[in-house]
Design a protein around this ligand. Sequence first.
Ligand code: PEP
Length: 260
Amino acid sequence: MTSRVPLIAGNWKMNLDHFQAIALIQKLSWTLDDAKHDYEKAEVAVFPPFTDLRTAQTLIESEKFKIGLGAQDVSRHSSGAFTGEVSGAFLSKLNVKYVLIGHSERRQYHSETDEILNAKVSAAWQNGLIPIICVGETLEELELQGQAAVPIAQALAALSGHETLGEFVIAYEPVWAIGTGKVATPAEAEAVAKALRAAITQEFGQESGNSRILYGGSVKANNVAGFLASGEVDGVLVGGASLDADEFAGIARFQKHIVL
Ligand code: PEP
């Protein structure tokens, strides 16, 4: 298990064609390189569409600042007659390090259940990938059950039943805050991260409890510092704002804005 180095992860979703993807990776690499070690205390990773992973890998490898590579999904199967699916084995050959599992858009539009997501976590570990398990409550669930109950239940469901746990990251993303401009407060994100850590530690032990917990939902360069100031939240998962190199690099420079 690694230490809790802050992770700044950019989920491009189904945005940017091949040429736009190349332009963004290049601009991001130059911007991060230019920062002269401003970012050294954080890990930065991008999650392009599958069709751009190979190109992103090549571009990233030739740059000084090592941006990490992630995929937006993984098949729970390793190979075979599963048309349209992408195996974790294929991803790891492209030096993909992380894979998003259970993003709310996959839960909602692709009917991904806790059972499917649990199998995807296994598939990630079998192929040496680090799952970023996305959890979060809808507005209705927030009103009925409070803020932490659904994220905890989803995290435990994704992690339970494995013989041993590999490295993982949890991304707390309130569904009502994704792409809406509505943001959880830093105090809310801190409280949910604390509750998630306590539940994971109780269920799976101290080492798992030391896993990184990110916040996601309308994060921008001008609000990121608040989430990371308490030390409970170990990074951010960024959607819309990761499509702009300057904005995303601004998020990665969060240390500059933290006043302790
Ligand atoms: C996301 O899709 O994971 C996300 C957090 O999106 P946004 O930053 O646009 O709210």
